[in-house]
Design a protein around this ligand. Structure first.
Ligand SMILES: Cc1cc2nc3c(=O)[nH]c(=O)nc-3n(C[C@H](O)[C@H](O)[C@H](O)COP(=O)(O)OP(=O)(O)OC[C@H]3O[C@@H](n4cnc5c(N)ncnc54)[C@H](O)[C@@H]3O)c2cc1C
Length: 399
């Protein structure tokens, strides 16, 4: 076995990269292993809430994020299945508004920050197993063989279902809670630059927002407006709606007049990407030297556009908990267990309410009767919608 690391991070998405950057910046020997060559297609609405900004600032990535991202988003247009759309104003958390950014640009930016901070980046390289021994862990990889580490950070997103970590707990799976997700880039949406549109039909919810401009095309056109359109549909509804992205997109457009108005002249500019089945919920945060970050720790409903921010904030929380433990290079099993307990407790206190709020909002939007009743209430008391936006995590400062 060759190199030995103090922290070995599986996955180069937002959660893995921020953890690697901050732990390497604190002086730890860190390796990050990402199986895919970037840019890679990723199902994601690409909306980054303003609470991500303090973490991006710590990474020295904020100026580049603002340069690459779309315009600031200060309004939410909620399209219930019936009746006219409702508008809420996004609170300017941390003195700035959210923006959307293409995932290929964002993930590369964050991975570059991890590399610049001193983390060793192994890419493309697939982790095939993580096993404990007396000294810590042996990590088997496709491109670099067996590597040794004292602790492992699992930031592998939803792709892995427990095979890298015996004892990893999938969330409780209420019947019919699995979703399949689709995303593509579009041009020509009827949507103001400063607005994110959300909408749903029975068992399906969607979001659309202006993101990073499209690159120059073959005719030399530059600065073309690009919109990310992503949606999640309950697996059980595929039998009724059809299993393809186009079939479900058609159902959404046909079943929700408000959202259809946004999509009426839309032209798709990228292939559809699909992922799933996907089960939102909170999972394991720590188990015997293994830390869980980002979606591997918990998946929040995509409706609230908080997954990347929670992955960034969760990674920063883990790195800060390690540093605050003042254990230096003494990463003994006892020290790791104490850090793991502190990380899990702080994670639940900071992020638990947002997961619960996202579940409630999503349940309302994809059940037509409840959505209609909620829309009626919101029309009578419009400030309630602003409160919902705030409760989905658009107010508190993180990081
Ligand atoms: C339909 C939909 C819309 C969404 N919209 C938004 C939105 O608008 N805003 C938002 O903030 N969030 C959104 N999300 C959620 C967001 O995409 C995720 O929360 C976020 O990507 C989680 O980051 P992560 O780092 O935990 O995992 P990921 O981004 O999934 O990264 C994990 C990485 O690990 C790598 N990996 C996996 N297994 C291995 C292995 N064995 N070896 C090596 N590498 C491995 C993968 O290749 C991947 O690059 C959406 C999700 C869905 C499904």
């Amino acid at each position: 076995m060759s190199d030995s690391y103090q922290f070995f991070i599986v996955g180069g998405g937002p959660g893995g990269s921020v953890t690697a950057a901050l732990l390497a910046g604190a002086g730890y020997r860190v390796a990050l292993c990402e199986q895919k060559t970037f840019p890679r297609a990723k199902v994601c609405g690409e909306f980054v809430s303003a609470q991500a900004r303090p973490v991006l600032k710590r990474l020295g990535a904020l100026a580049e994020f603002d340069r690459l991202g779309g315009p600031p988003i200060c309004r939410v247009r909620a399209c219930p299945q019936r009746g006219r759309p409702l508008t809420a104003f996004m609170p300017a958390a941390v003195g700035a508004f959210p923006r959307a950014i293409a995932r290929d640009a964002f993930d590369q930016l964050l991975l570059d920050r991890a590399r610049a901070a001193g983390a060793t980046i192994l890419q493309p390289c697939h982790v095939t197993s993580v096993a404990r021994n007396d000294a810590g862990f042996v990590i088997e990889t496709t491109a670099h063989g067996a590597l040794a580490a004292t602790a492992v950070v699992l930031a592998h997103g939803l792709a892995q279902k427990g095979d890298l970590s015996p004892g990893w707990r999938p969330p409780p799976r209420p019947r019919g809670n699995s979703f399949v997700c689709f995303k593509a880039h579009f041009e020509n949406l009827a949507l103001a630059d400063n607005t994110i549109a959300i909408g749903g039909i029975r068992g399906l919810y969607a979001g659309a927002v202006r993101t990073t401009d499209l690159p120059e095309d073959g005719d030399g056109r530059v600065g073309r407006r690009c919109y990310s359109v992503a949606f999640a549909v309950k697996q059980e509804m595929l039998a009724r709606y059809g299993s393809s992205a186009e079939a479900n997109y058609g159902q959404l457009a046909g079943g929700n007049p408000g959202f259809n108005a946004v999509l009426a002249r839309a032209q798709r500019d990228s292939p559809w990407v699909a992922s799933g089945p996907w089960d939102p919920g909170v999972r394991t945060l720590y188990r015997e030297g293994r830390f869980f970050v980002g979606n591997a720790a918990g998946e929040v409903h995509a409706l609230v556009g908080e997954g990347m921010t929670l992955a960034l904030a969760g990674g920063a929380l883990l790195a800060d908990t390690v540093v605050a433990a003042h254990v230096g290079n003494n990463l003994s099993p006892g020290a790791l267990n104490a850090i793991g307990r502190a990380y899990a407790a702080r994670w639940h206190a900071m992020f638990g309410p947002r997961y619960r709020a996202a579940n409630i909002f999503t349940s309302c939007l994809i059940r037509p009767f409840i959505a209609d009743a909620a829309a009626m209430m919101l029309r009578l008391f419009p400030t309630l919608l602003d409160a919902c936006v705030a409760h989905s995590g658009k107010l508190a400062t993180v990081g």
